[in-house]
Design a binder for this molecule. Structure first.
Ligand SMILES: Nc1ncnc2c1ncn2[C@@H]1O[C@H](COP(=O)(O)OP(=O)(O)OP(=O)(O)O)[C@@H](O)[C@H]1O
Ligand SMILES: [Zn+2]
Length: 667
């Protein structure tokens, strides 16, 4: 009997035939991705392209079953393909890529367009939102999936028909004003984030010289405090240079310890206002530093002693032990920089799986906690908090992959796909563990799916004769804003009533508006037009819907420029737009802009709007349960999500009770 006879019996010969010739894209070869690839292979899909930017890590092996220990550090996509080659049907073609799906030089719109269906098996909002946007351009369905511990969901998305990925509000991590982190911590999580996001980043990461040291950013209006924080930061930059100037790694490490835990704390103590209602920190005792300084014979810093401390990663280390671990990690990190090919520009990123960076964050966070009389945490716990970890459960991943694969079957019945498809989610706390829900129409206020999206084809982008004026004329001819602007039979009037639009290229580079016409006679090329870039047309009166045009070069065009006819641009839902500054610099990288997604950025009252200005905190103190491993989200988010997902039972009236599900899941 042929190997595929069972699958034919299960899904029917007709559907199997369609699957056999279908070409699909799987984005992500992690927890869900490995399971989903196996499912798609066993279903007999004709061609599967799989993209993952990452390499295999030891911590992936417990659930990403296509990988083995020997595969560590190898590409996930290539290794996954190799593993499934052993059991795939002969007709299946597999194509792996090791790259970010957001790399538009590798993956342009035409490349995405070759697929019948796209499966997301990602772990971050940016990449998910990106695929969402691409699928909106192509009006192509995709299946979104995610898990967090025991919770998981699969959401088929039919662009401009059902809710898109951005329609639902995502949980945003909590943020705290920088001053809480840098001057007045009161919880272990504050110290952990100071160690990871501030101290480590300043000493070894990309230098953030412009770390907006203003009142709003720092969350403090105490001038003395602001000055202290600014000086502290500048001094840290100098200290970073001591990586090269110090006579020895021990000297480098001790200088850092003295500055951070004695000098800087003493400076903070001088700001009386800070300590009126708070307990004063106690700087590190200099005699401890001296003790380590005199440890020339390496009694305390003996490797066996260090190994012993590090082996007890679930224990609460003493102050001395934390100091020893910190010195050890600083010595190692300095060595890594000095041994690199280009030490002056070499940077190290914090990674929870990089022992040196984790040891640094754990020990420096704990020393700071001791100084501020905050409970210390074990290295194990700190790894969970710093890595934003919640256990990934292999079974949840397998279930979600299974539902994702099953949902794909509906896409081959073009008329029925929207009606037949279901959101599926699991929750061990509701009466039935697996709950289906119908799909809902897109949100009227969604910043992504209320935008009109079309293609802008240009025959030859290098053609110097193609000026912005030519393009503008084409836009005004083809895109009709009439209802919003007064109709008139008089030609002069009509001219005066020309739609007032602005044109933005890339993320937010304004190249034209009614008061900024300097670029009209510049060529599109000189303005930075290139393939795979987005041109946004905005109505200056903010009444009509925004239009995004995806730029493609098409040598076969009969005209120089092609823009589809849009007979009447619909009105947009009312919402604030960010102001865009004029700019004529064409060198801006291509990115999709999420900045106006106000809905998604709603936060607690005490959190200011611009999250870039804040150190982002996972949780207000309730760290994930330390008995749990390998995770990606917050305990608190899980409970919130659980609340959201509670379904009374199968009789839930979907018409009246719209279930809002957070799609920001991680695996
Ligand atoms: N922009 C992107 N392009 C391609 N692949 C991506 C992109 N962003 C994330 N991924 C991949 O998506 C996969 C998500 O899988 P998963 O959530 O299991 O994460 P993981 O990194 O394997 O595990 P963990 O985060 O728990 O260590 C990862 O393999 C990751 O490399
Ligand atoms: Zn939407």
């Amino acid at each position: 009997m042929a190997r595929d006879s069972y699958i034919q019996q299960i899904i029917g010969a007709e559907k199997y035939e369609q699957i056999k010739y279908a070409k699909v894209l799987l984005v992500g070869a992690g927890g869900i991705g490995c399971e989903l690839l196996k499912d798609l292979i066993l279903m007999g899909f004709g061609e599967i392209h799989i993209v993952d930017l990452d390499t295999i890590d030891l911590s992936n092996l417990n659930r990403q079953f296509l990988f083995r220990k020997k595969d560590i550090k190898k590409s996930k996509a290539f290794t996954a393909i190799k593993a499934v080659n052993k059991f795939k049907y002969d007709h299946t073609k597999l194509v792996p890529y090791m790259a970010s799906i957001m790399d538009s030089d590798t993956f342009n719109l035409a490349w995405f367009d070759q697929f019948h269906l796209i499966f997301n098996a990602l772990d971050n909002k940016d990449a998910r939102s990106f695929i969402n946007r691409i699928c909106l351009f192509l009006k192509k369905p995709f299946i979104e999936s995610g898990t967090t511990g025991f919770f998981g969901q699969v959401v088929p998305i039919f662009p401009y028909e059902s809710e898109c990925y951005d329609c639902t509000i995502k949980e945003t991590p909590k943020s705290f004003p920088v001053c809480t982190i840098r001057s007045t911590p009161s919880q272990p999580v504050h110290c952990i984030h100071w160690a990871k996001n501030f101290l480590f980043a300043q000493l070894f990461g990309e230098i953030n010289v412009s770390a907006n040291n203003d009142v709003k950013t720092l969350g403090s209006d105490n001038k003395e405090e602001i000055n202290t924080l600014i000086n502290e930061q500048n001094e840290l930059i100098n200290l970073r240079n001591s990586i090269f100037d110090s006579n020895s790694s021990l000297e480098f490490a001790l200088n850092i310890i003295k500055k951070i835990f004695i000098d800087d704390i003493n400076k903070l103590l001088k700001i009386d206002d800070l300590w009126k209602t708070r307990k004063r920190p106690i700087p590190l005792d200099i005699s401890l530093v001296k003790l380590l300084e005199n440890d020339r014979k390496r009694v305390l810093l003996k490797q066996s002693n260090i190994d012993e401390i590090l082996s007890n990663f679930q224990k609460l280390w003493s102050l001395n032990e934390n100091l020893i671990v910190l010195i050890y990690s600083l010595i190692n990190l300095r060595k890594r920089i000095l041994n690199s090919n280009n030490p002056r520009s070499f940077i190290i990123d914090f990674d929870k799986d990089d022992e040196d960076t984790l040891n640094f964050a754990a020990s420096s966070a704990n020393i700071r906690s001791i100084i501020f009389d905050i409970p210390v945490k074990s290295k194990f716990d700190i790894k969970q908090i710093a890595g934003n970890i919640i256990p990934a459960i292999a079974t949840t991943n397998a279930m979600m992959a299974g539902f994702s694969a099953l949902q794909s079957l509906n896409n081959f019945n073009v008329l029925q796909h929207y009606l037949e498809s279901k959101i599926v989610f699991t929750s061990i706390e509701s009466k039935s563990m697996t709950n289906p829900s119908q799909l809902f129409p897109g949100s009227k206020t969604c910043a992504s799916c209320t935008v009109l999206r079309e293609l802008l084809k240009i025959k030859d982008i290098d053609n110097e004769k193609l000026t912005l004026r030519v393009l503008l004329k084409k836009i005004l001819n083809n895109i009709n804003y009439k209802k919003h602007f007064k109709d008139s039979t008089n030609e002069d009037d009509q001219d005066n009533n020309k739609p007032e639009i602005s044109i933005v290229i890339g993320k937010n580079r304004l190249i034209y508006d009614i008061e900024f016409d300097d670029n009209l006679d510049r060529s599109l090329k000189s303005l930075g037009f290139k393939e795979n870039q987005i041109l946004t047309i905005k109505d200056d009166d903010d009444i009509k819907t925004e239009i995004e045009l995806y730029i493609l070069e098409d040598k076969t065009l009969s005209n120089d420029i092609y823009i589809p006819k849009i007979d009447n641009v619909p009105e947009k839902p009312k919402k604030k737009k960010p102001k865009v500054e004029p700019d004529t610099n064409p060198n801006e990288p291509i990115t999709f802009d999420d900045e106006d997604d106000d809905e998604n950025k709603k936060q607690d009252e005490d959190i200011l709007e611009d999250t870039d200005d804040f150190i982002t905190i996972l949780d207000d103190g309730d760290e994930p349960d330390s008995s749990q491993l390998n995770n990606t989200m917050l305990q608190e988010d899980i409970s919130a999500m659980n609340e959201k997902r509670k379904i009374e039972d199968h009789e839930l009236d979907h018409q009246t009770k719209k279930i809002k599900i957070d799609l920001s899941l991680d695996d």
